[in-house]
Design a protein around this ligand. Sequence first.
Ligand code: ADP
Ligand code: MG
Length: 612
Amino acid sequence: MNTFQDLGLNDLLLNAISDLGFKTPSEVQDKAIPILLENDGDLVALAQTGTGKTAAFGFPMLQKINIDSRTTQGLILSPTRELCLQITNELKNYGKYYKGLNVTAIYGGASITEQAKQVKQGTQIIVATPGRMKDMISRRLVDISKIEYAVLDEADEMLNMGFYEDITDILSHTPEDKSTWLFSATMPKEVATIAKKFMTNPTEITVGTKNVGSDQVSHEYYLVNSRDRYLALKRLADANPDIFSVIFCRTKRDTQKVAEKLIEDGYSAGALHGDLSQNQRDLVMKSFRNKQIQMLVATDVAARGIDVDDITHVINYQLPDEIETYTHRSGRTGRAGKTGVSMVIVSKSEVRKIKSIERIIKKNFENKNIPDGMEICEVQLMSLANKVHNTEVNHEIDSYLESINTLFEDTSKDELIKKFFSVEFTRFFNYYQKSKDLNIEATNSSERDGGSLKDVDDTRYFINVGRKDGYDWMTLKDFLKEQLDLGRDDVFKVDVKESFSFFNTEKSLTEKVIAYFTDFKHNGRFVNVEVSENRGGGRGRDRGRRSGGRRDDRRSRRSDDRRNDDNSNRRSRRSDSGNRGEKRSSDKSKRSNSDFKSGGKSGSSRPRRSRR
Ligand code: ADP
Ligand code: MG
């Protein structure tokens, strides 16, 4: 195996590498660095996330640029602000022994004047997001006409995010004869196209089998009803008191919702998605890196490529639409030789996707049960006991000891221990003692075999709106989700015809759906939903629409009823979080819960909070 010396890197870099603690080059570094150092040609490198791509282009770029010149010679485009900052930071670390090195991050949401000022001071390398870069170019705040090296990092994601035109535009301001290095986790058609368009005879390297997950990560799935997703998430968190995790949701809205609920329920959680301001995102990332936040709830785009060490669990709150995305998600854990777990909470309608993922990542999932309440209580109790056991005594307490001793004069050691642990145990016990089993069975083995899920537990509905009302399957699904306050996976098999449509939910939701759409009017017309005999996708007859305009008075009364129902629902949901109490009084329990989780300062092997 090659060492970093063997790759031809200079001493400045080798010293920094040794400071960073990198022992041997990763595979993509081993393959890319010698090529980039020796040639001036173009390169396409495919390697999954977490394989060390930043150094694979960063080291050669640093070695090749002229540090004595203040001209901008290297341009790195990356999809998100977070990645842009992360790469900038890494490059500064790699180049710490280069005197006079300037690396500038250019990204949206921060002061453009400030960034322009930095550029003006003379920067050899710019790391940028495409949007802001284009902006800077058009305002002539930056000159990239003398670029020698252009890197397209996470090219697949940039294209996913619709940056194709921005990239084209930016590159048109760079010299023809520069070297272009493209790094990507996957090679969809679009990336191949861009490689063809912007590169000449690129050398291609592929690392590992494409899209094979890290060996350090084990994969688990938990089968629950869609409506129990959140409860399942809470249990998974409670069953892993030292969890430090990223929780992936599919939409910004779900991301925000799940994070808010977790916080309300006393967990140390934060949301990361594109609707937050730059400041909010920076803040949440900082708290997460400092481990002040145990659970980062994120969208795929916002969390793409983010490199935080020691993530113990990746939780797929929902499966991603694209199977490839799953690889990126699970790659957040099991980094740098550590092990990690990627958990998927799935509903019946999605369970067959697990098979497809298994085929692609070439690893098997373990079907596990959501732990029951008593199991969680035991885990929490033992975790606390261990923390107490490992806690170093803080002698500041000594002066209070006398009064405490007086208070416990008549308490035996046994009793004292019981009381002490009851403080926390009882909270969990009360919450979990009447908790139900969240696990459900896959109805028959054909589900696991990827066979048809023919709707054993689904209800199919007919609804009298269709294409001519302006719906397609996505917008109708959104409409139903929104109206019924359901999760993304609760409505499926949406099949939109010209004047009517079909959709499915789990059987357990039938009553709710039918009740909701009884005498329901939308945009001035009655929307009618009925259970369909047609079990899935086949042809149904057009039952036409109900004429509008009737019973408007009843309609409005019912919608009031419904609002009340919603409230009582919400109330019961909140009391479902048991001892964590009503929202208003939750502050106190919030604190005590995080105290519970934070552990002693020197106690746990990985103290959760490093607040000083
Ligand atoms: P990618 O861009 O492929 O997702 P990164 O460049 O972000 O991966 O690297 C992932 C992590 O691995 C970073 O924390 C980085 O510092 C670390 N790393 C990179 N190269 C090495 C190496 N040769 N040895 C040890 N750690 C490395
Ligand atoms: Mg990267």
